[in-house]
Design a protein around this ligand. Structure first.
Ligand SMILES: [Zn+2]
Length: 179
């Protein structure tokens, strides 16, 4: 199986731009359990990759997507929980502080149809770089903090299934989105 291929039927978005939706790597796959490499080049290729990751996340109704999920072993993730933060692009993200605790349902685009309850810190402070290589810090709580931690775990080869307390049944799943 080859990873990172383009899906054949490209479509256009409302603005007439080409959508480039990539294939999602689903479990089991080695790349999902390997640590990713630090990004050192902030070039056009990176911009294209980030744009494709966004298109792919939206196409599959995700709230986040990490590069290894489309077959790329690099420390890159996008998160968009449809709140006022918009799309957050995380390059070489690192958690620098966590606080509190939350337990809630979680899913993953690499585990279609699988949902489980996961306990994570309620707040998180991270440091990352943007698409131009500029460093920034970000503080998040609640669901955004959960989504960010889920994606950073992917970059370390850690899957949410290793943190699930209890898997959820279909009737408990109304309206849940995957990461
Ligand atoms: Zn995931």
């Amino acid at each position: 199986m080859s990873f990172g291929d383009f899906v054949e039927n490209r479509e256009k978005d409302i603005g007439g731009n080409d959508l480039a939706v990539r294939k999602i790597v689903t479990y089991p796959a080695e790349i999902l359990e390997e640590p990713c490499e630090t990004v050192t080049e902030f070039d056009k290729k990176l911009v294209k990759l980030l744009n494709d990751m966004y298109d792919t996340m939206i196409e599959f109704d995700g709230v986040g997507l990490a590069a290894p999920q489309i077959g790329i072993r690099k420390r890159i993730a996008v998160v968009d929980i449809d709140d006022e933060n918009g799309t957050i692009e995380l390059i070489n993200p690192e958690i620098i502080e966590t606080g509190g605790e939350q337990t809630g349902p979680e899913g993953c685009l690499s585990f279609p149809g699988l949902y489980g309850e996961v306990t994570r810190p309620f707040t998180v402070k991270i440091k990352a770089q943007d698409r131009k290589g500029k460093s920034f810090t970000l503080e998040a709580d609640d669901f955004l903090a959960r989504a960010i931690q889920h994606e950073i775990d992917h970059l370390d080869g850690v899957l949410f299934t290793s943190k699930v307390n209890r898997y959820l049944e279909e009737e408990e799943l109304e309206g849940l989105e995957s990461e």
